[in-house]
Ligand binder design. Structure first.
Ligand code: HEC
Ligand code: HEC
Ligand code: HEC
Ligand code: HEC
Ligand code: HEC
Length: 447
């Protein structure tokens, strides 16, 4: 081949193109930090004893161990052949095993499945990861920027809400990033790696909510609800968010509020599997202070009952997060004086499965051609997104004709399960695990 200027140019161009994916890979954070730079959480717990005890067995602590996460992640990987779908299915470790991902193992879900995850990475979303953060490149898919120290002997700077924190052990610095919703947004908005489909939108929902007010008194960020909660004090939008005075370390000063680290959402199952009795109870307290139901029987004479579901407690939609998996639904029963059921909706069968016509507040993803898909790796579109927005409500109409001359009782319940029993049975094996049902709100009316 005669080497001309054009061939040199072509070779150069080709080189530039093949170099592109490498460049864009290096712009990400996977594998860029020595594992030894991260300090195990129990070291932090040596001084921050209470915070450590709160965080232990939280969903952050258990994000990697979580049996439901792992069952789903490995199940979704099975049988994929499409390159773009595989990229998504391999990305779970970014948020669920962040110290592992940032230090190079596991970089992919299949590495996690087949290899041995380092002990510190098994500790999930942990102290040194969050407190090494300096900001974010983008507010989704864990595009966080971190600047960890160099292990226990050179711990570096821990960033947090205090401008006057002093520790003999580590440097401290005030970080605006930690006091706002952005530090949560990095992981709590999840997009498909290739298709961009919005898979989880908790932060986006909060942005659009009345809690995102500019006046400081009216503004309620993630931490105001989730880092004020303590046992018996649910700290939701419909309850008081009581301060937690104390000090965060034995030799630290007394402060009017120390941010709590239970990070409780709605998970009543996983912490209990690790012997934690407090967090499942706290999750129930949260769920029970999230919503209100109002039955309007005025139209009952016309054969209509309406039920309004109000989101009074959550700073995002109800439910939020993994809403393709969560099962929040409305149950209605109309009974007569003898207790006979004249009408019902949303009553599960003996296997725990809901009838197809039940009112479920959730998200359904599609394959791009209008067919529903269960595997988020295949999510090319959103087919359904019907949930209760923060501070908002939805009204449901039930049509039935009450027989004349009978006294009737209408009973409505808003119920929550972390996942539908059908999905659990398919992923984990039939009836291998029963998912607890929490009653979030109920209302009753006599006609
Ligand atoms: C950008 C961060 C991020 C990525 C990437 C991510 N997740 Fe998650 N995942 C979360 C957050 C945040 C929650 C908690 C939301 C909630 O509780 O509703 C969560 C919760 C879950 C849960 C619920 C666990 C339980 O016990 O109820 C499952 C299952 C799950 N993720 C599976 C996956 C799978 C599978 C992947 C990869 C295909 C993945 N996640 C990738 C952030 C992420
Ligand atoms: C030898 C005791 C000790 C250890 C070990 C320790 N800390 Fe601290 N830390 C302190 C003290 C004391 C303060 C100051 C508390 C105050 O002023 O309220 C502090 C403050 C902090 C703050 C607040 C910083 C700010 O400016 O707002 C963070 C965050 C923090 N520590 C994180 C960590 C993490 C993460 C670890 C583990 C890698 C850790 N600490 C280990 C003693 C310790
Ligand atoms: C998911 C991220 C995350 C994890 C994990 C986490 N923290 Fe924090 N922590 C925060 C945020 C955010 C704040 C500040 C909240 C604010 O200012 O609104 C904070 C505050 C603190 C403070 C200051 C408390 C105060 O009110 O003075 C200390 C100390 C601290 N964390 C230590 C720890 C320790 C120790 C662990 C592990 C046991 C830990 N954190 C785990 C995000 C995290
Ligand atoms: C590094 C990523 C990351 C950051 C940063 C992060 N989270 Fe999470 N968070 C997760 C993951 C992953 C889960 C889900 C673990 C699971 O279910 O397996 C989770 C779970 C939770 C849960 C429990 C959800 C449930 O179903 O009970 C709450 C509440 C929560 N996070 C709040 C916060 C708040 C508030 C912040 C900011 C202060 C924050 N998170 C920052 C990754 C993160
Ligand atoms: C006004 C109070 C409030 C604010 C602000 C708030 N939350 Fe929540 N959060 C709740 C309540 C109440 C629940 C329980 C009901 C539910 O599941 O939505 C909850 C549940 C959750 C869950 C578990 C959802 C599930 O069903 O698995 C996650 C994750 C979460 N919040 C994260 C966040 C993040 C991230 C932010 C900030 C962007 C935030 N929250 C802001 C009150 C709040």
């Amino acid at each position: 081949m005669k080497i001309t200027k054009t061939t040199i140019y072509l070779v150069f161009l080709l080189g530039a193109f093949t170099a592109l994916p490498i460049l864009s890979f290096s712009a990400k954070s996977g594998g860029h930090y020595e594992l030894s730079r991260f300090i195990p959480p129990d070291v932090c717990g040596g001084c921050h004893e209470t915070i450590y005890a709160q965080w232990k067995n939280s969903m952050h602590h258990l994000a990697q161990r979580d049996a439901i996460y792992r069952a789903a992640a490995y199940y979704y990987l099975e049988g994929l052949t499409d390159r773009d779908e595989i990229i998504e299915a391999e990305s779970c470790v970014k948020c669920h095993t962040p110290v592992g991902y940032f230090s190079g193992f596991p970089l992919k879900t299949s590495d996690e499945k087949n290899g041995k995850v380092p002990a510190i990475a098994v500790e999930g979303v942990q102290c040194d990861f969050c407190h090494s953060a300096t900001g974010a490149r983008a507010l989704f898919n864990n595009n966080i920027i971190i600047d960890p120290g160099y292990g226990e002997s050179k711990p570096g700077t821990k960033r947090g809400p205090r401008a006057d924190a002093k520790s003999d052990y580590h440097e401290s610095a005030y970080s605006k990033f930690h006091t706002g919703p952005e530090v949560c947004a990095v992981c709590h908005d999840v997009r498909h790696e290739v298709f961009g489909t919005k898979l989880e939108t908790t932060y986006e929902e909060w942005l659009a909510s009345p809690y995102n007010a500019s006046k400081s008194g009216a503004r309620v960020v993630c931490q105001d609800c989730h880092m004020y909660q303590a046992p018996g004090r649910p700290a939701t939008g419909s309850t008081k968010r009581v301060k937690n005075p104390g000090s965060s370390a034995p030799d630290g000063p007394k402060r009017d509020h120390i941010f709590t680290h239970y990070f409780v959402g709605a998970n009543t199952l996983i912490p209990g599997q690790y012997g934690d009795v407090e967090k499942p109870r706290m999750a129930e307290e949260r769920l029970r202070n999230s919503a209100e139901l109002v039955i309007d029987g005025a139209k009952a004479g016309e054969g209509l009952v309406t039920v309004t579901v109000k989101n009074t407690g959550a700073g995002h939609s109800l439910p939020t997060g993994l809403t393709d998996v969560r099962q929040m639904w409305l149950q209605l029963r109309v009974t007569d004086q003898s207790g006979a059921v004249l009408f019902q909706s949303g009553v599960p069968d003996a296997s725990g499965y809901l009838p197809a016509d039940s009112i479920v507040y959730n998200t359904v993803f599609g394959d791009g051609k209008g067919n529903p898909v269960e595997n988020i790796a295949k999510a090319r579109e959103v087919l359904k997104n019907r949930r209760i927005p923060a501070g908002g409500s939805l009204t449901e109409r039930f049509n039935f004709s009450p027989p004349a001359g009978k006294k009737l009782t209408v009973e409505a319940k808003l119920l929550y399960m972390s996942a539908s029993q059908k999905l659990i049975d398919r992923v984990a094996g039939k009836q291998s695990l029963r998912i607890p049902v929490v009653t979030m709100a109920e209302a009753r009316l006599s006609l």
